[in-house]
Design a protein around this ligand. Sequence first.
Ligand code: PA5
Length: 420
Amino acid sequence: MLKLDLSKLEGVISQDQINAMAPEVEAAHAKLYDPAAPGSDFVGWVRLPEDYDKDEFARIQKAAAKIRQDSQVLVAIGIGGSYLGARTALEVLPIDGPEICFVGCSLSPNELQKVIKKVEGKDWSINVISKSGGTTEPAVAFRVFRDLLVKQYGEDADKRIYATTDKARGALKSLADSNGWESFVVPDDVGGRFSVLSAVGLLPIAAGGIDIAELMGGARDAMNAYDKRDMSNPVWQYVAARNLLYRQGKKIELFCTYEPSYSFIGEWLKQLFGESEGKDGKGIFPASAQFTTDLHSLGQYIQDGERHLFETVIYVDDTGCDIAIPYSDDNGDNLNYLAGKPLSFVREMAFQGTLAAHQDGGAPSVVLRLDKMDVRALGELFYFFELSCGISGHILGVNPFNQPGVEAYKKNMFALLGRP
Ligand code: PA5
């Protein structure tokens, strides 16, 4: 299980203050089970690691096996919650099998063109993912790639399209039904940003050769462990700490990782917390940084700029690979003091040094430490943050499960596009 370390908050908030938050956290946690609480229609994710549709899960595994067998490329089409979780898993964990390309997560012709080139002359399939079934970015990308697939495979294209969408509503559902595409369901009570452990995330993740039963197992362990209703629960401690920090003017939470391939954890977290908490004029602004890379860019601001931020650092000891620093006869670079040391040791010292420097500079850190990043650990991490986010949103006094703010740009865009 992950280890939560709040020691780098010393001098900013105390353990007594954290403990005193217990009644507030308890009430907020209970709201996830209260049918009268705001957003109570969208809490299916809370029990999802156990209460998922087992028949559909088997169909997902079967479809993934077929894609792995008949496709060199899977084009996964989706945006926001219909994209970020799968991409995170596929970047963080080792994968094999077909290359998974993501489109529909921007309106960039360049990005579409790159993937069009990738599928040329290859066998490939599409997983189109949209809960509403009508989001512009994925709908446009799907139109482009469906056209290519039909040109390549004719009627057989229908056997290479997998649609993940609402069980009954929306344009994508109607298309899937009328063309006989294999379909998977985004449960009614699971919103986009909480949907990584539904078919939304699971099909592309399984197509990448990742064991989704293990992913669910890790999340299930977390679900059972983090249901504990007292301050020994790391979720409670994290939730209490980040809300206390916010009340002290720490309005930005910078999610930091120390491995470039983990940067999508930050992207996933930005959506999870940004859409859940940023409303009614309130909410911690979620940002992300990739260390040590960004210590040479954002590092100056973090150390010395406006004192309105704190960090949540996700640090993994065993990232799956290590390299020893070689000895040099001439020692022209003066690095022989590190000869024989693994690179992970240097990274650990950078991590410790950064934590201390940022604490001294008034940018305190919450640390989440994992022994290793494997599929179970990722399942746990997903669930840890989902639960923390749901409880935090209720402490803030918002509905954590709606996103009225994302409609504003769409309204203007449709008016400018002349949508009938
Ligand atoms: O969390 C959310 O609900 C959103 O970010 C959606 O995931 C995103 O807008 C994509 O929506 P859809 O799956 O309906 O295409």
